[in-house]
Design a protein around this ligand. Structure first.
Ligand SMILES: Cc1cc2nc3c(=O)[nH]c(=O)nc-3n(C[C@H](O)[C@H](O)[C@H](O)COP(=O)(O)OP(=O)(O)OC[C@H]3O[C@@H](n4cnc5c(N)ncnc54)[C@H](O)[C@@H]3O)c2cc1C
Length: 284
């Protein structure tokens, strides 16, 4: 997809949560920019799309990361303050956020859907478990709504007293929506997605990450594919785990090793990847 096609496809804000959105503002560079940056090192020329895709996958797999900084993205995001508080931790990016010292914030706050009103997880102190019964969840939602509405009523009243906006805002809840323009490199977008599409990340920020992942697929399809294959759906094994894995496969006979090689071909692994895989398992 060209830059123009991409901007046309994402010209409208994509809704996220109840009042949020992501809108693509601009991109600079794409998969081709990554390859061009990488080829600067070797002064080499493209040998066609097949070789290009292979090179990009090689760069990603072997963490030759700087070429992925040659492409950049800029989005407009509307999100609850508690989500922004997690997002803002990603320092390798830039942003400009609406200032509630200058402007009065509209009465927009996040109320989770009924099924999102989940119990505290016992296993994961940061996580949510099963949903509460519907009646109880809806009762909690109305209560959340009433508290937020009251906070905004108070906000309006303090503003009417002539108090400075920077002070009038201090009792607004973290569910209040804020807005920012956010930009980062492709490299750091992938870093963000790796952390925020992960099931350990809070459900709300994951919804934003998923929209960015959709844009990524259209913007840099080869990078998105490599990211999925080598990061999002990949696992790293520790030294101990590798020892056990090697023990598990050490008695594989030649026929079974041949079967593994065929499976690797079926999965689209390159000869180099196949070699690296078998070497890691000490089968080559
Ligand atoms: C599931 C989850 C739970 C979390 N829980 C908590 C929590 O309980 N409390 C909390 O405070 N945070 C928490 N965080 C935030 C987390 O610790 C990171 O701040 C956040 O994920 C941003 O990651 P980052 O620093 O790698 O990204 P960025 O800030 O974008 O940095 C990108 C990379 O640049 C490099 N870099 C940037 N700045 C420096 C620096 N100063 N020195 C060295 N290298 C640097 C690092 O390699 C870094 O990985 C959580 C994050 C996740 C995903």
């Amino acid at each position: 997809m060209t830059r123009e096609e991409l901007l046309a496809k994402y010209s409208e804000p994509i809704p996220v949560l109840d009042h949020g959105f992501i809108q693509l503002i601009d991109v600079m560079g794409d998969d081709a920019a990554v390859l061009q940056a990488a080829r600067t090192s070797t002064n080499a020329e493209s040998k066609g799309p097949h070789a290009d895709r292979r090179l990009l996958r090689y760069l990603f797999k072997h963490r030759h990361a700087t070429p992925f900084e040659a492409a950049n993205i800029k989005v407009l995001v509307r999100l609850p303050i508690f989500v922004e508080r997690q997002w803002v931790r990603h320092r390798a990016s830039w942003l400009n956020e609406v200032s509630a010292r200058y402007t009065t914030l509209p009465e927009e706050y996040y109320i989770p859907e009924t099924e999102r009103v989940q119990r505290q997880s016992r296993r994961n102190k940061q996580g949510s478990a099963d949903p509460l019964p519907v009646d109880q969840a809806n009762h909690i939602r109305s209560n959340m709504d009433a508290v937020s509405r009251d906070a905004f009523k108070h906000y309006g009243w303090v503003n009417e007293q002539g108090v400075a906006k920077e002070l009038a805002r201090i009792n607004l809840p973290v569910s209040t929506y804020t807005q920012k323009v956010w930009g980062t490199s492709l490299r750091m977008l992938l870093h963000f997605l790796g952390l925020r599409q992960d099931p350990h990340a809070q459900w709300e920020i994951r919804q934003y990450a998923n929209v960015l992942a959709d844009i990524l697929e259209d913007w840099t399809p080869w990078t998105a594919e490599a990211f999925l294959d080598y990061q999002l759906e990949a696992k790293t094994f520790s030294r101990m785990e590798m020892l056990i894995l090697r023990e598990m496969v050490e008695d594989f006979d030649a026929e079974y090793i041949e079967y593994i090689k065929n499976r690797a071909d079926e999965e689209g692994m390159t000869p180099r990847e196949k070699r690296e895989f078998l070497t890691a398992l000490r089968l080559a």
